[in-house]
Design a binder for this molecule. Structure first.
Ligand SMILES: *[C@@H]1O[C@H](CO)[C@@H](O)[C@H](O)[C@H]1NC(C)=O
Ligand SMILES: *[C@@H]1O[C@H](CO)[C@@H](O)[C@H](O)[C@H]1NC(C)=O
Length: 471
């Protein structure tokens, strides 16, 4: 690809990514019109209300103004700060959005636009730049010398990661900000690949302090960075120790800054930790493709073990499952092995850890997408199946038409952009004629289609799709 062609291709890809995200934004979100608790959308709004109105020390505490039984904050401090920033913006737009006690369950079209925009801003500022950066780093890592075909594969992997429906459906549909923690994690990976380990450590601390689920990726970062400190590249023993101290120092400082309001007293520190790791919620809540959920069919875990014992069992089995991959990375430390280790350990956490949600598959899918350049077929299959595994959740949120976007939007014009075809598989097509199916898709995308000059579509019911010979 020539320079100008390349910038058009990548520019078009970013526009397509934003277009899909805004199209999905028009669909339902979790808990829409379902009192008294509503869903994740209301949880995020409620955190804005709490952080804007209450002093920092009360954010994680049960008080008369902060009933923790109603969506109490249960993510680490960076999420709370982010809620504060979005909440301040909300108050500027319309103070009724974050009024203490009065704003519960608010759901006007204007408020929905506001919330949807806040996710798009995070996509635009963090997630999309992170994907572009990390995919470039990975392709340079895999191919030492660039060629036409390597550039094409790099482009396709970037496209796939940017339009990966799992993240779009959960963040811009269901409603969450995984794009922020996943974005920081991808930035950390990119900095590891480009040998900027200190910045990588800071980025990963930010990811971990946005969502504790980033623990799924923590072991490979720890093992790789530890190994880097002691690699042969640094000559003297004191040099090695110095680089270890430097990394440790950076991590502690980052944590200390983020946790500053709560580390003055052990009591308030413990209050936050208890909120972030809620043992009382049990080993699983919904049905998830997790080992314990399956095992529960044979042995009723919740009756046999207390939550504390169960948490220890989960910790032990998770570490055991992640152990081989970490040992491998320790003895054969390479950047490609680091990427594989991210997949293996996050899968170990998904299968065996405590309180796994179906959405957690995103934490496995992202590292898998990073390896599209190496494992093209396997990673595409994983991406598709991972989206399908979240179907029950999406159905609950009335996102079935949005599941439409479990489409492979294929750039037909060899990287020139502008012309798209969509493959749409949806149960809503059952019993509909081809024309009716196309109308359904066109009406879902009506506004956006005006800006794309060529758009073709193939529509299948899930059953027909399964019967396709070439797929
Ligand atoms: C928190 O406070 C509310 C009243 O403000 C009370 O109803 C609730 O039971 C308390 N929850 C906990 C976990 O203490
Ligand atoms: C703010 O939102 C409320 C609904 O929550 C609405 O009734 C009111 O008109 C809005 N105010 C402005 C200035 O848009």
């Amino acid at each position: 690809m020539a320079i100008s062609e390349k910038s058009f291709a990548y520019g078009g890809t970013v526009l397509l990514a934003l277009f899909l995200r805004s199209a999905i934004s028009m669909h339902g979100h979790s808990g829409e019109g379902v009192p008294p608790m509503y869903g994740d959308y209301e949880a995020q709004r409620h955190w804005q209300e709490v952080t804007v109105n209450l002093p920092i020390r009360e954010w994680y505490r049960n008080t008369s103004d902060n009933d923790l039984m109603y969506w109490g904050l249960d993510y680490p401090p960076l999420t709370a700060y982010h809620s504060l920033v979005v909440g301040l913006a909300a108050r500027k737009v319309n103070s009724s959005y974050v009024e203490l006690h009065e704003s519960r369950g608010i759901s006007t079209p204007e408020h929905k636009y506001f919330m949807r925009w806040s996710v798009l801003v995070a996509d635009l500022l963090i997630y999309i730049p992170a994907v572009l950066f990390v995919m470039r780093a990975v392709s340079r890592l895999v191919w030492k010398r660039a060629s036409a075909s390597s550039e094409n594969i790099a482009f396709i992997s970037t496209l796939l990661a940017l339009i990966y429906p799992g993240q779009i459906l959960i963040d811009n549909g269901h409603f969450q900000y995984n794009n922020i923690s996943l974005g920081f994690m991808l930035l950390a990976v990119a900095f590891i690949i480009t040998d900027q380990n200190v910045i990588a450590a800071i980025m990963f601390c930010l990811a971990l302090n946005y969502k504790q689920m980033e623990l799924y990726h923590a072991l490979p970062f720890f093992v790789y960075l530890l190994r880097e400190c002691f690699s042969g590249k640094r000559q003297s023993f004191t040099g090695k120790i110095a680089s270890l101290i430097q990394l440790g120092f950076v991590v502690i400082i980052t944590f200390a800054i983020l946790w500053a309001p709560w580390i003055c007293s052990f009591d308030s520190f413990l209050a936050v930790v208890r909120r972030i790791f809620p043992l009382a919620r049990g080993v699983f809540e919904d049905k998830v493709a997790n080992f314990w959920c399956v095992f529960n069919v044979v042995v009723k875990l919740k009756e046999k073990f207390t939550n504390e014992v169960m948490a220890l069992i989960c910790l032990g089995t998770t570490l055991l499952a992640a152990f081989p991959s970490c040992v491998h990375l320790f003895f054969k430390p390479s950047k490609v092995n680091f990427l594989y280790s991210l997949i293996n350990t996050s899968l170990a956490f998904f299968l065996f850890s405590f309180q796994v949600h179906e959405k957690s598959i995103l934490l496995v899918a992202l590292p898998v997408l990073l390896l599209t350049t190496v494992e093209t077929l396997a990673s595409q299959w994983f991406a598709l199946i991972s989206v399908f595994s979240m179907f029950p959740l999406l159905e609950k949120d009335r996102l079935v038409v949005a599941f439409v976007s479990t489409m492979e939007v294929i750039d037909e014009s060899d990287g020139c952009g502008g012309k798209f075809s969509a493959l749409v598989v949806s149960p809503q097509f059952e019993g509909k004629t081809l024309i009716q199916r196309h109308r359904l898709v066109n009406s879902a995308l009506s506004e956006e289609l005006k800006t794309i000059h060529a758009f073709s579509q193939k529509t299948f019911t899930p059953k027909q799709w399964a019967e396709q010979p070439t797929n």
